[in-house]
Design a protein. Structure first.
Length: 136
């Protein structure tokens, strides 16, 4: 029997999906900027934080729970966004969403927009259901 999400053709990601997706993104990017970044996926629920990057450690963390119902392309953008922070830091940029970060976004295929965060939050608000929250 089809699940509700299959019936409506909606993605419902799991923690494992996000980890696999991160691997695919790294493959697609063809990371050629030294040591491959480490990607962790946190089970912690955060309403406003979708990812964190530690540029010097070459590590990103993705909070998958707020994105469980997002389209894969939107989740992918979050992963690329965080990887762009790593790349920009590796190039000596210690700001947040400035020009060096935007350049890294273009190279890695992320939306080079600081307001992408805001857009994602709105997407989240639009797709997050009471049921999803009740599962916390
Ligand atoms: Zn950012």
């Amino acid at each position: 029997m089809e699940s509700a999400s299959q019936a409506f053709n909606l993605p419902a990601h799991t923690r494992e999906d996000i980890q696999v997706l991160a691997g695919l993104v790294l493959e697609d990017v063809g990371w050629r900027f030294g040591t491959l970044p480490t990607v962790t996926v946190s089970d912690r629920f955060t309403r406003y934080r979708l990812g964190t990057a530690w540029g010097l450690e070459r590590r990103i963390n993705i909070y998958w729970k707020p994105m469980a119902l997002w389209a894969s392309t939107a989740v992918e953008d979050v992963i690329r966004h965080e990887l762009a922070h790593v790349l920009a830091t590796q190039r000596g940029y210690f700001g947040h969403h400035g020009e060096p970060w935007r350049e890294a976004c273009v190279e890695l295929g992320a939306l080079p927009r600081a307001d992408a965060d805001q857009r994602m939050r709105l997407d989240y608000a639009a797709t997050n259901s009471g049921e999803h929250r009740a599962n916390e």
